[in-house]
Design a protein around this ligand. Sequence first.
Ligand SMILES: Cc1cc2nc3c(=O)[nH]c(=O)nc-3n(C[C@H](O)[C@H](O)[C@H](O)COP(=O)(O)OP(=O)(O)OC[C@H]3O[C@@H](n4cnc5c(N)ncnc54)[C@H](O)[C@@H]3O)c2cc1C
Length: 450
Amino acid sequence: MTSTTSLFDLKAAIADLAGLDIITDPQQIAKLSQDYYTFSPVLVEQLTGKVGGVVIRPVDEAEVIRVAQVCVKYKIPLTVRGAGTGNYGQCVPLEGGVILDMTRMTAVKWVKPGMARMEAGVKLSVLDKQTRETGWEIRMAPSTYRTATIGGFIGGGSGGIGSVTYGQLRDRGNLQAVRVVTMEDEPKAIELRGDDVYKVAHAYGTNGIITELEVPLAPAYPWAEAIVTFPDFMTAARFGQAISDADGVIKKLVCICADPIPGYFAALKSYFPEGSHCALLIVSETSLEALNEWLKDFGGTIAYQKTAQEASKGVTLSEYSWNHTTLHARSVDPTLTYLQTLFPDDKQLTLLEHMYQHFGDEVMMHLEFLRVGGVARPAALQVVRYTTEERLNEIIAYHEAKGAFIFNPHTYVLEDGGMKQVDVEQLKFKERVDPYGLLNPGKMRAWLER
Ligand SMILES: Cc1cc2nc3c(=O)[nH]c(=O)nc-3n(C[C@H](O)[C@H](O)[C@H](O)COP(=O)(O)OP(=O)(O)OC[C@H]3O[C@@H](n4cnc5c(N)ncnc54)[C@H](O)[C@@H]3O)c2cc1C
């Protein structure tokens, strides 16, 4: 067990927390110390064997405050976790201590037209099901929405299915309020609203334990699904750009995969002609006719189409998009890894085409269109044939030198992923609410180097 927390500290803490749901079984603790950092061979090297000392599963905010009080009293590190589907070792406890598993805090407090308030541990799929009953739905979700929690999405995620229309979590208006428990000498719950929410959003649980959130919703649509195939990748990519730009088409997913990626999708394989490139689309059923008109312009072939009712059962294209694409590729070839890139706002897709030609099969192109600053842009989660860390860094450097923005998924340090710079507000907030640096230690560079 890699832990800097002595057993004695934990024993005393556990005794103080008698009556709570406490997990001490080493196997279960090891499991609940993990996330999906295994997609990165670089992180595997750095994080394997890092485990917490105990897992505590609070049922309400009062219990969260109790755990915070005890951790402050004994100066024990505390790492919050939702479902543990993060990709960068975000909830791996680098210094052991307490793992606070939020998955028992699942109450949806209220749903109003356009807004919902819920506890942090509710699964996104459960929340969405409940809000859809009122004609509203969550605006965006990661492809892990079946298991991921809303607290984990806000703590560590960025966007996903829905981002082609609504942008990303960090865009003003996509998160209304958060309630967080602090790690001061006297821990307490405080509510953050307006721009203050960004003090803790996407901070990897380093500066507050989110207990409740208020999340804006979107009108619910009947979502149909389609797979379109193309003989040429750049035609597929330009179709993706056009459909993402098409104001009249109501959409939730525009995912483009270059050959040979479709070959990794075992359950869908029969829909792809040999050597074809594909678009995985989720559009409102009412937009299917318009979609057909766009297809005439680009010459794609519809290989698969499901009505909203059919799409609600069995295989869903959501679970082939975003980082599920990498998941499927890795289930065929576990040596594969990935990158995360944002391409410039250029309707000609010049740089994207250059990268596609330049790297060929070594960096297989997988695009997710999303709205950035009011315009649709291609982001890529390229599937990469990994050889060495040095080569991976060369590929990253080449992209950056040419003007593509890399959100490096091969680091667990908050600032080294997508931010590239210190978020002063997040640091200041941490200094105030976590003066002993107990929350998810080792993840915020600004704190370590202040
Ligand atoms: C196959 C696959 C596909 C994915 N697709 C996407 C995608 O499309 N978009 C995307 O953004 N992400 C994606 N991810 C990453 C991840 O699934 C999402 O970000 C997800 O929302 C994380 O939720 P979680 O409950 O699993 O959080 P966890 O992994 O448990 O936690 C994530 C981070 O948030 C912190 N945290 C958790 N709960 C709280 C809380 N209550 N208070 C404070 N901090 C907290 C944790 O400490 C950790 O740093 C994907 C991952 C995989 C493996």
